[in-house]
Design a protein around this ligand. Structure first.
Ligand SMILES: Cc1ncc(COP(=O)(O)O)c(C=O)c1O
Length: 308
């Protein structure tokens, strides 16, 4: 069972804090009908040095880039949005949480053309544990190649984290769950591996990491970037290139990266055991490093942590 959202606390909504239950939209809001919004998923971690938001700048930058691709003008500066995000965490008394800022075309008229629609903006934050479960972080998950291809750059700007794009992810997730798997892996339109419905993917072969590049229709993940930096700083070679299904199936290790999934090993794909069928050594090392970094235990990467 998926946990229900809380109903207490405050949500920042168009510049003001409102009670959780009062943060509502009209049923004729443009964003509801056409998926015309952009959002972010951000984590805040409790550490011995206080609470820190992981790579807040990068998340906010990506949100504005996503908005630009849809000509959606967020009516706040990046600085204002960052401050609002931090304030949302503080006002809700959260030390560790998931943060969801969203901007979408609101209520005005119902043509597809969003011109004249206001841009509404909200930020919510709530306590949230692991996405795929504690077990998953340790023992890995079972995935399937989806028959749904990842959205294509000739159809939608895949680099944008836009609300409507997630219909593609939804189909892949539903299909994977119906067939008894934990998560889907989507291919791009050329048949190369793209990513999960909400995660980027890495393969490890002979201690080198491989991950699909931008050309494979991926969302440029901030955790993906962090993993690349951490792996290289640890001495591993990381290659961004088109990755085939075969390369995943014959890899020593495969893992997902993402704000929600963090670093999650994949132990099986379509009933084929990956490596030894458990979290591999390299994945374990990267995962440990990642958790040390987000928990402020690595001085070198404190630049990624924004104090609340
Ligand atoms: C489709 C998709 N790919 C990849 C990711 C991973 O990105 P990040 O590491 O920035 O959370 C996400 C999550 O935001 C996603 O939704």
């Amino acid at each position: 069972m998926v946990e229900r959202l809380p109903e207490e606390g405050k949500i920042w909504y168009n510049g003001e804090f409102v009670d959780w239950k009062e943060a509502k939209v009209h049923v004729l809001a443009h964003g509801l009908h056409y998926g015309s919004g952009v959002f972010e998923g951000i984590r805040c971690y409790a550490t011995e040095k206080g609470s820190f938001i992981f790579r807040l700048n990068e998340h906010v930058n990506r949100m504005y880039r996503s908005a630009e691709l849809y000509k959606l003008k967020i009516p706040y500066s990046k600085e204002e949005l960052k401050n609002a995000i931090k304030e949302t965490v503080r006002i809700n008394g959260l030390d560790a949480c998931y943060i969801r800022p969203i901007a979408f075309y609101g209520y005005h008229h119902l043509g597809v053309n969003p011109e004249s629609c206001p841009v509404d903006c909200a930020i919510a934050a709530w306590r949230w544990g692991t996405y795929l479960g504690e077990e998953a972080l340790e023992n890995g998950i079972r995935c399937t190649f989806s028959s749904w291809r990842r959205i294509d750059p000739n159809t939608l700007p895949v680099m944008a984290k836009a609300t409507g794009h997630y219909l593609n992810s939804l189909l892949a997730v539903l299909d994977a769950k119906e067939r008894g798997f934990d998560e889907a892996i989507m291919l791009d339109n050329n048949g190369y591996v793209a990513e999960g419905p909400g995660e980027n993917i890495f393969a490890v072969k002979n201690a080198t990491l491989y991950t699909p590049a931008a050309e494979s229709s991926i969302l440029p993940g901030i955790t993906r970037d962090s993993v690349i930096v951490l792996a290289r700083d640890t001495g591993y070679e990381v290659v961004e290139k088109p990755v085939t299904k075969e390369e995943l199936l014959s890899a020593d290790e495969v893992f997902f990266s993402g704000t929600a999934a963090e670093v999650s090993p994949i132990r099986e794909i379509d009933n084929v055991t990956i490596g030894e069928g458990k979290r591999g050594e390299v994945t374990g090392e990267i995962q440990r490093k990642f958790f040390d970094v987000v928990h402020a235990k690595e001085e070198r990467y404190m630049r990624w942590l924004e104090p609340v």
